[in-house]
Design a protein around this ligand. Sequence first.
Ligand code: UFG
Length: 327
Amino acid sequence: MATVLVTGGAGYIGSHACKLLKAAGHKPVVFDNFRTGWREAVKFGPYIEGDLLNPADLDAAFSEAQPDAVMHFAALSNVGESTQRPDLYWRNNVVGSMNLLDAMARASVNQLVFSSTCAIYGEAQTEVMTEDHPKNPINPYGASKLAMEQMIEDYCAASDLRAVTFRYFNVAGADPEGQIGEHHEPETHLVPLVLDAVAGDRAEITIFGDDYATLDGTCIRDYLHVMDLADAHVRGIDWLLEGGAPLTLHPGTGSGFSVREVIDAAAAVTNRPVPQKIGPRRAGDPPKLVSGSKEAEEKLGWKLEHSTMEQMLRDTWRWRATGLYKT
Ligand code: UFG
């Protein structure tokens, strides 16, 4: 059993990782400033309230939790927002991560699982993307994550730090047992917004551009169920605990869905119409991002168990019916 300090553990992906860490016999300790995370999502171990921008908070957390490893989720992650407030992204993501790495060094904790993103690549230059795709981020969010990756790589080279980095594609779905799920304020992600429109909680879903060079003109993304992503993270921790070398992996499905296909699937799963309209393109959106890598499966023995569009929509639909967090 390992104790894992989970930064951003009260957030969407972090809370699901905590659930699976606990199920695997580890002890997750959440470190979160609760600015975008939810106290109600901390259900699988203790939490420590603190901010990555405050090194004293980090030192206190390492001293209290005595972790063997760190999972680092805490970051701002909205592409659109990052184009308007790059300062927030560089400070919270890059400076915050540097503070974390320095605190890890002071506490002699040298195992890290890190959340990166395929937004570091920018526009896809190949039909599907592998980990060696050229890196040309087209928005400040992707640029900040690329800087974080480079920082981690440099720290690994110069010290005994070992990191497993996951470059996420898109994430959707919720805990199938309904204990936790996705809740962002404000929500910007496609799947919860589509279901809000189905439920009548918003007037309609706006499709951000239908003039992309894709089959139906809308953007294509590779959607992964959050439980499958959380499972990859637990395997990343186990890899490091067993002495594994640093890795950078794509937890993707290899299949893309267009915005229209997601909307149509939501209509089928809920058996209700999806009020929709076409709007302009959103700044910073590449037309297509799909993973073409099998390395996560090969290195970590990871398998997709939940990642059909139908299950992602069904679990999200069930989650929003619980009314949890929306109090
Ligand atoms: N979209 C709409 N209407 C909406 C919301 C989204 O048409 O109201 C479209 C977007 O333009 C995009 C797709 O739906 O084409 C998915 O958008 P999301 O906002 O759900 O997700 P992103 O692809 O922008 O970003 C997500 C994560 C990032 C991550 C990225 C990698 O938020 O952290 O996936 O693809 F980097």
